[in-house]
Design a protein around this ligand. Structure first.
Ligand SMILES: NC(=O)c1ccc[n+]([C@@H]2O[C@H](COP(=O)([O-])OP(=O)(O)OC[C@H]3O[C@@H](n4cnc5c(N)ncnc54)[C@H](O)[C@@H]3O)[C@@H](O)[C@H]2O)c1
Length: 264
């Protein structure tokens, strides 16, 4: 088999919507999608950041890409986005369900999480991922196919290692465990439901992303990893491009963990 056969012969650029595309991981994904010759749509509730990101791409990439306003908790906003993208490009090939809504009390320790806060965060994040996947899969079915990549986390797979947070203000929020494990199983549900419609649905679960965390925490985390410890957004790019590509054409309903072995 030639490399081209393995990676899939490229015919035309794919149109890939990245929700939360202006954020830390999303913006790295957008650059990688543009660098690989595909067309990223930066769909974010922060339109200014989305526009700035598109403007910062290489001129020929920026001319093809676009920024679009999206609120993943609004069905009208999602359907308007799908209409805008299909109107502009004639189709939409993939969506990366990557936005990260949270309310202002998100991230508290378990003792301090109220029922309202728990429900608000699960509603906006897990509910928003459901709504994006639902509306895109319906559009994909109507156009004859499509590809969904849902962003989960190692904390959707494993119980938290609370000891790595000792001595810091950080924790692994209880809402996040419910949300991210839910995203992994929603992935299986959608993959099963849309079998035969040319639609693949997979999940990507990164480990912790480096973002200036305290050194004690980073050391404790790294001790449980194979080499690097916390990873950079760029370390997740290869897995994303694989799931978006034809190289993964017979993979659906799966969760790909990229965590330098932390969850082992
Ligand atoms: N950062 C990590 O350590 C880490 C690790 C594993 C998985 N993840 C997952 O990766 C994804 C991206 O995380 P990140 O760290 O880049 O987050 P981030 O906060 O840097 O970016 C999230 C983006 O989502 C946008 N957003 C928020 N609410 C929205 C809404 N209602 N509709 C549309 N857009 C909205 C924000 O404006 C922002 O641009 C999330 O699913 C997160 O759970 C993150």
């Amino acid at each position: 088999m030639t490399g081209e056969e393995v990676l899939g012969e490229r015919h035309e650029s794919k149109v890939v919507v990245v929700t939360g595309g202006a954020g830390v991981i999303g913006s790295r994904f957008v650059r990688a999608i543009a660098d690989s010759g595909d067309i990223p749509v930066v769909a974010d509730i922060d339109m200014m950041a989305a526009t700035q990101l598109v403007d910062s791409l290489a001129p020929e990439q920026a001319a093809r890409a676009c920024a679009a306003h999206l609120d993943i908790t609004s069905k009208d906003s999602i359907t308007a986005l799908i209409s805008e993208v299909t109107g502009r490009y004639g189709r939409v090939d993939a969506v990366v369900n990557n936005a990260y809504p949270r309310n202002r009390n998100y991230g508290r320790k378990l003792e301090d999480v109220t029922y309202t806060d728990f429900c608000e965060n699960v509603d906006s994040h897990l509910g928003g991922y459901f709504l994006v996947a639902q509306q895109f899969c319906l559009a994909f079915r109507a156009q004859g196919g499509g590809n969904v990549v849902n962003m989960s986390s190692i904390y959707g797979v494993m119980a938290p290692r609370f000891e790595v947070y000792a001595g810091t203000e950080m924790t692994m929020p209880v809402e996040y465990a419910a949300i991210k494990s839910g995203v992994i199983h929603l992935t299986r549900y959608f993959a099963q439901y849309f079998k035969g419609a040319g639609i693949r649905v997979n999940c990507l679960s990164p480990g912790g992303i480096l973002a200036g965390q305290p050194s004690g925490f980073l050391d404790a985390y790294k001790e449980r990893c194979a080499s690097k410890g916390m990873i950079d957004p760029g370390d997740v790019v290869g897995a994303l491009l694989f799931l978006l590509s034809d190289a993964s054409r017979y993979i659906t309903g799966q969760n790909l963990v990229v965590d330098d072995g932390f969850s082992l």
